[in-house]
Design a protein around this ligand. Structure first.
Ligand code: SF4
Length: 256
């Protein structure tokens, strides 16, 4: 088992050795709800150990590694929200990838989905560079922030409903603290995950809930929720998602 200990020099590590560690769902709820700032919230997220199956998996992957990355140190911890601390656009995904975010320490970084996503964010004026390779590479988001509904890489990319619920308070508090103008849900799972968080954060939601679709816009008072197909390899290989489709969503989000 291995992971990067907090406060040991990893670029952008939000935590220190004294950051409180949640080890149960109740502790996640408490530590999230009383996080006074986005910096403290992300620090606490990044050391969380409340889901035994996910903690074991993320650390085993970080220890065994993929052959191509065997010389690298894997992050092996939860992937905290990342980007602008006061964003207009909040991009919500489902969970990090075992050899992507779990390796590089940054959300959507180190896999093909992330390559597509960051290239589009750059073209739309929401990212400073067209690529995101690793924490500390100089990339930054401009008026945008990314979060995962479940912050630890799950086996087979599938978190359980219980794990999603355990991680929920981290998502809710991040939404409360940043109050974005636009929320972009990347994929149907993220669309499902964000509705309860929007409700708990006090947004007035339409009923019935509009179905997920690419480019679907839902006005929520001063905030707009937008659906976006996930730039997964399956979607990009098959042409279900194109660069132009991603650019249309993120340009619209930037314009709003
Ligand atoms: S998935 Fe969320 S709640 Fe579970 S261990 Fe990771 S950060 Fe903590």
């Amino acid at each position: 088992m291995s992971f990067v200990p907090p406060g040991t020099g990893w670029p952008d590590d939000p935590a220190t050795p004294s950051t409180p560690v949640a080890t149960t769902p109740a502790e996640v709820a408490e530590l999230a709800a009383n996080s006074p700032s986005i910096g403290e919230l992300t620090a606490r997220q990044s050391v969380c150990r409340a889901c035994p199956r996910l903690v074991a998996w993320r650390e085993e992957v970080a220890d065994v590694k993929r052959k191509a990355y065997r010389e690298e140190t894997y992050w092996g911890r939860p992937i905290a929200g990342w980007g602008d601390d006061d964003p207009r656009v909040l991009i919500v995904g489902l969970a990090p990838a075992a050899h992507g975010g779990n390796r590089t320490g940054r959300i959507f970084t180190g896999d093909r989905s992330g390559d597509w996503l960051f290239a589009s964010l750059f073209r739309s004026g929401l990212a400073a560079q067209p690529t995101s390779v690793h924490a500390g590479d100089g990339q930054r988001l401009i008026g945008a922030r990314m979060v995962a509904a479940v912050r630890c890489a799950p086996p087979a990319n599938k978190p359980t409903p219980e794990e999603r619920d355990t991680c929920f308070p981290w998502l809710l508090q991040e939404l409360r603290l940043v109050r974005p103008r636009v929320v972009v849900a990347l994929g149907g799972f993220a669309w499902q995950a964000i509705w309860p968080a929007l409700k708990a954060a006090g947004y007035a939601l339409p009923s019935p809930r509009p179905p997920f679709g690419h480019g679907v816009e839902v006005p929520l008072g001063e905030t707009t929720l937008i659906g976006c197909y996930h730039p997964s390899q399956q979607n990009t290989f098959t042409g279900r998602v194109t660069e132009a489709m991603l650019d249309a969503v993120f340009s619209r989000a930037a314009a709003l």
